[in-house]
Design a protein. Structure first.
Lengths: 140, 508
């Protein structure tokens, strides 16, 4: 099952079905007066064909295992969401500090001094954006 | 003479202090981006797109264009000195890095810089003459022709970017489907919104671009855990006269090839540099040396790379159809600034069009200075550890997303597309065609529906019109060629026993 081409094909089939089945619920109209559902149904149908062709192709190709490293993507996504939550409930300076310190866990090495310097630099850049470019950043 | 008059008019606009500053910023950021592995022009333009909201239109577009063509200059430096290629500098790794191994790094860098300058200059001449001419032709296009042209773009970009027509087309179609989310402008019906209010206006371009290119690229680089060794060799930039003479013919050949291939749908720097290298290997006076550190191996491809980057603006500005993902983002930047690229753009906004063309030549001069005499200082960029770089890029992604609507919730959308983009990367699906599909999707649907309305529901309109018929025939021929190549390969290759299902093995 750990075959990248097969997973890719199934992924494409899933996307095409997600859009295609929903599109079938919209009015089709006629070709001369196309409804909201006609074009997305055609596109989903084409994507479904490509997905099925990819699944079929996986039977003829040597299986390449799908590599997936959940740790780094989880850290990065948590940093982004944490930045948004802290910026909303505290302020953006705290959000920047959280993002730098937490996302650095995904790096090859971790240094508190480096994180402090990067945080200070980014806060300075954020102030520059606010004062010079007129960005409406909730910094404090 | 009209062109000279128009260029003079363009220089009037480009040579203001403000536009010179934006051009210099664009070229500097572009060179930096070109140097740094893992951060291409696509990701950078995505990150900086929201920052241009508060910048005047001409300045913003001059800066974004500078990032794109500046990155083409910069990426050959990392390829020559450390054999770190970007998509558009793979060929520079061959002879360029060989010259570094021979202790001729300075000559290779000088050759790349000067050839890029020549390529850029030739391309600007081509741009000045051809864009208005092509703009006239674009008035002949009807809705069916636009549909066919967009499909040609999808097919070419899919094949050139990913190398697999199937994967690339799948990404284009996913992009088109994502572009359907929101309110249907013809019927007013909400589509694929899942009853969520924030999806009524559709998904933001910036969220998709930053998620798929910014966040996903960062994570991929972190997964790879590559450590770079900075270049510490000596650089002697001044060539001898015989060496300099060898640069010119190859650079001019590369400029012509790059200028031509840059205009074609799906064309651009990647395909142009390979074509120029192949032509040099066939026709150069020193063809036997190419591959083992020849000046011609660097000059031709560098000129073609830069020329194609400039001429790829021609289809966007004259027909209104971007030919690759970066141009699709540039199109988004034009639209954000209230300008619809297309045949009316040159007549409607001559200050912007000719100002942009003139700024390209000014940018060319900036880049020559940045990349030849100052190249040794740029190499210190490689000393920045990725541990410092990636939190900074994340910060720019967050600020970029937030500043579109001043809404922190948009960061969750970017994070979602970051995950989806990461999945695409892991599944070996390139996100570049997705951007093209996303931006062209609504246009494709509009023209598709309009063409059918005009023809009273008959699909024959797509095949009977000379332009769309020819373009669709080209697509058909390409698909047949791909299928024939696949089946021939399958027939020639002996079946791998490991691929035969166990049941079939048993039956035998």
């Amino acid at each position: 099952m750990n075959d990248r081409t097969l997973v890719r094909g199934l992924f494409l089939v899933a996307i095409s079905l997600a859009f295609g089945l929903q599109a079938l619920r919209y009015p089709f109209g006629s070709f001369s007066h196309a409804g909201a559902g006609l074009f997305p149904s055609l596109v989903s149908g084409l994507l479904l064909l490509i997905g099925l062709a990819t699944v079929a192709r996986s039977r003829f190709e040597k299986a390449v295992p799908l590599e997936f490293h959940p740790k780094n993507i989880a850290i990065i996504l948590a940093s982004l969401c944490g930045f948004a939550v802290i910026s909303a409930y505290v302020n953006m300076i705290a959000g920047i500090a959280f993002m730098v310190f937490f996302s650095s866990l995904a790096g090859t090495s971790y240094s508190i001094a480096r994180c402090l310097k990067v945080t200070a630099g980014l806060i300075a850049v954020a102030f520059a954006f606010q004062k010079l470019l007129g960005f409406n950043l909730p910094l404090y | 003479m009209d062109v000279l008059h128009n260029l003079a008019f363009g220089f009037e606009h480009a040579l203001t202090w403000q536009n010179l500053l934006f051009c210099a910023i664009g070229c500097t950021v572009g060179t930096l981006v070109g140097l740094l592995p893992g951060l291409g022009p696509l990701a950078t333009i995505s990150i900086l797109l929201p920052l241009t909201y508060s910048i005047p239109t001409t300045g913003a577009l001059i800066m974004l264009a500078g990032i794109y063509y500046g990155a083409q200059y910069g990426d050959s430096v990392s390829a020559i000195t450390m054999k770190i290629p970007h998509a558009s500098s793979i060929v520079a790794c061959i002879d360029g890095y060989q010259m570094t191994l021979q202790g001729r790094t300075g000559l290779a860098l000088f050759t790349a810089g000067v050839s890029s300058f020549i390529g850029g200059t030739v391309a600007i001449v081509v741009l000045s003459f051809f864009a208005p001419m092509l703009g006239e032709v674009a008035f002949l296009f009807g809705p069916a022709d636009y549909c066919a042209l967009m499909l040609v773009g999808f097919v070419c970009v899919s094949f050139v970017t990913t190398g697999s027509l199937l994967n690339g087309m799948a990404m284009c179609l996913i992009g088109v489907l994502l572009g359907q989310i929101g309110t249907d402008v013809t019927s007013g019906m909400q589509r694929f919104t899942l009853n969520l209010d924030f999806l009524v206006d559709g998904i933001g371009l910036v969220s998709i671009a930053l998620g798929c290119f910014g966040i996903a690229e960062i994570t991929k680089n972190l997964d790879n855990r590559d450590e770079r060794t900075p270049f510490n060799g000596k650089i002697n930039l001044i060539p001898t006269w015989p060496e300099f003479k060898r640069i010119i013919p190859s650079a001019l050949r590369g400029s012509a090839i790059g200028s031509f291939l840059g205009i074609l749908p799906g064309g651009g720097p990647v395909i142009a540099q390979f074509a120029a290298y192949a032509v040099d290997k066939k026709f150069s006076k020193y063809k036997d040396e190419i591959g083992s550190g020849a000046i011609e191996g660097v000059a031709g491809q560098a000129a073609a790379d830069e020329a194609a980057a400039r001429t790829s603006f021609i289809p966007l500005m004259s027909i209104g159809i971007p030919e690759n993902a970066v141009m699709a983002l540039m199109m988004a930047a034009f639209i954000i600034k209230g300008i619809q690229p297309g045949p009316n753009m040159i007549a409607g906004h001559p200050d912007l069009f000719w100002g942009l063309v003139a700024s390209m030549w000014i940018g060319n001069c900036f880049l020559l200075i940045l990349n030849v005499p100052m190249v040794r200082y740029w190499l210190s960029v490689f000393k920045i550890p990725y541990g410092v770089l990636f939190p900074s890029i994340l910060f720019f992604c967050c600020v970029g997303t937030f500043s579109v609507n001043n809404n922190l919730s948009d960061i969750y959308t970017t994070a979602t597309f970051g995950f989806i983009g990461y999945m695409f990367l892991r599944l070996d699906l390139d996100a570049a065609p997705l951007m093209l599909g996303f931006i062209l999707g609504p246009m494709l649907e509009e023209n598709f529906r309009r063409a059918l309305l005009i023809s009273r529901g008959s699909f024959a309109a797509f095949f009977l019109r000379p332009i769309s018929g020819t373009l669709l025939a080209l697509i058909g021929a390409f698909v047949v060629w791909q299928l024939a190549a696949f089946f021939l390969k399958a027939r020639r290759g002996a079946p791998d026993p490991s691929l035969v299902p166990p049941a079939a093995q048993g039956a035998e």
